[in-house]
Design a protein around this ligand. Structure first.
Ligand code: AMP
Ligand code: ZN
Length: 666
């Protein structure tokens, strides 16, 4: 090693150590000035000797890289949401549910604060920071590596060898004092202050200039390790180890032996949280054993092994001025409360959701009432009550609309439906543009170069009336429109053209059939393989498909029985869109296990648990979490819980080995 290279390495090592002491441990051992001198030395050496460049050098923290478009990246492991709870009863119910699945075992829990920021997935390889991706929709997020690298408390090189390649998840936050300082600076510069730390933190991740991000006092608090090979048996030990690797894992995490200890934690932090240097809106309770976490698995939305507990939200009172009505793409009407602006948990609230007519009635709401608004997890706050003592003579009853605010058609309300609908499906402007906007949206056809506003513009100018019309658009029709130029017109047409390659399941979702969300669309695509067999399917056949209930089946039949919709699909077909699945993707799939229900329990030798589950599903079988009379087989690995074994025996359900299963497949 040359002396220069040695010098560079020593400086990097020293600076890393100081960074860690300052930003993670909060125990600096040199002055800022000395730190800057060393950093400068390193910068100069690196400039003179580009052959020793390293993307994870401490000099890379200052940023400077400009990102115009953030790449979309698919998460290796989905980033789930959390189920919420609001009371001790909710927590007891949760415990009962998981005990039932696991068969009454002794459980330990961890309690962590729920940090309020933007979630992030950090990937490490061979002890080095590789990539940072936002949560996005949970399946895919944005690659914000360049920006995240500037956050000093995130290690770029790890301090240990036990775990070197893994993902770790956390929350990027803006501590309150840093946030206040940023606002002071803004006010001095004559700019509007930011509204709240959380939005500012997540907005920071999407700044184009990483040097600007480097100037913001962001921090990252870690809460979960996702590793193929994890030498630790519990969540708590894994996180403790992560802390020793250099990550900032808040010390507020606590191991709890029972629900009483959990409740104690909640009560303690309900008061104490106001003294924390950052915002928190709750606590996350997790099953500590990673083995039991695996046994419990996930629902469609959240892990079964974790539960968020929300602190009682902050409330504010204000006056209800007016109720306005929004029309959705399916024609559903949503009443919206227009409020006298009021500050609530750091944001100014002007509107609150009212859901439907019943809710207005239930609350006995009147115009000019003083109402309590509360902010839950949702972005739009809700009205939770009325200050009746304050009700004056000037309040007026709310007359719920009888006709569509958009097209004037008389509204309908079907039996059992809480919402009113505008039945003018093909003539109501908001419904028409809403459907097209859904079609082009990110989770559906993800059309670049075409946004919600352009859809309205194209519609107003009579160029489109439905999503199939998009494929007939030509640049010279678009260019003359206001705010359009040749480049944007070309981008739009190219984006539309590119959507012809989008896979069938997304097209199916994009059609906007009521109740057919992303997951259902996937199920239908896999089952029916192409649009024709789906369209020919009867109601009776539909409800036999896994996870398709009466409501969904009815809606599908209703959609395809419409002549207009059939015409649209014919047109999509002619334009060359994917209306059948790519068979190659399903080549390994069979129906051998059709009708069989499996429970997978324990640790396996040949396949991982996930591979085993996937294999069952790929071959037409179903995997469930708990043993019941409906279970056909239990695939038992090592360390299967004794109570599960007992239950299986008492119900007489065959227990087979991994090898037996593989033989069954042949
Ligand atoms: P929600 O978005 O309300 O469903 O809550 C789920 C989100 O809570 C996750 O995506 C995390 O980003 C965030 N979160 C904050 N603190 C924690 C924690 N200690 N454990 C797990 N998730 C957390
Ligand atoms: Zn209407």
């Amino acid at each position: 090693m040359t002396t220069v290279q040695g010098k560079i390495q020593t400086l990097r090592e020293e600076l890393r150590q100081h960074n860690y002491r300052y930003y993670v441990l909060d125990e600096p051992s040199i002055s800022d000035f000395d730190f800057d001198v060393k950093l400068k030395q390193l910068q100069e050496l690196e400039l003179k000797h580009p052959e020793f460049a390293d993307p994870n050098s401490p000099t890379q923290r200052v940023g400077g890289q400009v990102t115009k478009n953030f790449n979309t990246v698919t998460h290796k492991n989905r980033m789930y949401s959390l189920d919420n709870s609001y009371s001790k009863e909710d927590i007891l119910d949760w415990e009962k549910r998981i005990q039932k699945i696991l068969g009454d075992v002794v459980l330990e829990f961890t309690c962590e604060l729920k940090y309020d920021g933007a979630s992030i997935n950090l990937s490490y390889e061979n002890g080095k920071f590789l990539k940072a991706v936002t949560r996005g929709d949970g399946f895919m997020g944005d690659d914000v590596t360049a920006n995240v690298k500037t956050i000093r408390s995130i290690p770029l090189v790890l301090r240990g060898e036990k775990m070197t390649s893994f993902d770790i998840r956390g929350e990027i936050i803006l501590p309150l004092d840093g946030f206040e300082q940023m606002n002071k600076d803004r006010i001095e510069a004559g700019e509007d202050p930011y509204r709240n730390p959380r939005n500012t933190a997540s907005g920071s991740l999407k700044l184009q200039d990483s040097a600007e991000v480097a100037n913001r006092p962001l921090d990252c608090l870690l809460y979960q390790v996702v590793a193929e090979k994890n030498p630790f048996p519990t969540h708590y030990e894994t996180l403790s180890h992560a802390a020793s690797l250099g990550f900032k894992v808040p010390k507020t995490i606590k191991l709890c032996k029972n629900i009483d200890e959990i409740i104690e934690f909640l009560e303690f932090w309900d008061h104490k949280r106001h003294e924390l240097p950052y915002e928190t809106d709750g606590v996350v309770i997790k099953v500590n054993s990673l083995h039991y976490q695996e046994e419990l698995g996930y629902t469609a939305k959240a892990p079964r092994w974790a539960l968020a507990y929300k602190f009682k939200a902050e409330q504010a009172s204000t006056i209800l001025n007016k109720v306005t009505y929004q029309v959705g793409r399916t024609g559903a009407i949503t009443p919206v409360a227009n409020l006298e602006p009021v500050e609530l948990a750091g944001t100014i609230v002007k509107r609150a959701s009212l859901h439907n007519a019943d809710q207005i009635e239930k609350l006995d709401l009147r115009l000019k009432d003083t109402v309590y608004v509360e902010k839950g997890g949702e972005i739009i706050p809700k009205i939770v009550g009325i200050y009746l003592a304050q009700r004056g003579m000037d309040t007026e009853p709310i007359q719920y609309i009888t006709h569509c605010p958009d097209c004037g058609t008389e509204l309908q309300r079907k039996e059992g439906d809480a919402k009113h609908y505008c039945p003018n499906e093909f003539g109501c402007p908001t419904q028409i543009t809403g459907r097209i906007q859904h079609y082009i949206s990110r989770k559906a056809m993800n059309i670049d170069g075409l946004g919600a506003e352009s859809v309205e513009l194209l519609f107003k100018n009579g160029l489109i009336n439905n999503f199939a019309d998009l494929y007939d658009l030509s640049p010279d029709q678009i260019i003359p429109l206001e705010r359009m130029a040749e480049k944007s017109a070309l981008n739009m047409v190219n984006g539309i053209e590119a959507s012809k390659k989008i896979p069938f399941e997304k097209v199916l979702f994009a059609l906007g059939i009521r109740f057919v969300g992303e997951t259902v669309a996937k199920k239908l695509a896999r089952h029916y393989k192409n649009i024709d067999s789906l369209m020919q399917s009867s109601y009776e056949e539909l409800i036999l498909v896994d996870e398709i209930g009466e409501r969904i089946a009815e809606s599908i039949i209703h959609f395809f029985s419409d002549q207009g919709n059939r015409l649209l699909i014919d047109r999509l077909k002619n334009y060359g869109l994917n209306l059948s699945i790519d068979e190659a993707l399903f080549a390994d799939q069979t129906e051998i296990l059709k009708g069989k229900v499996f429970v997978v329990s324990g640790v396996f030798q040949i396949l991982s648990r996930n591979e085993l589950k996937k294999s069952i599903e790929d071959n037409g079988g179903k995997v469930t979490g708990s043993i019941s009379k409906k279970t056909s087989f239990i695939i038992a690995g090592d360390n299967m819980g004794p109570s599960k074994k007992e239950k299986a025996e008492s119900l007489g359900i065959p227990m087979i080995s991994e090898q037996d299963y593989l033989t069954m497949l042949q």
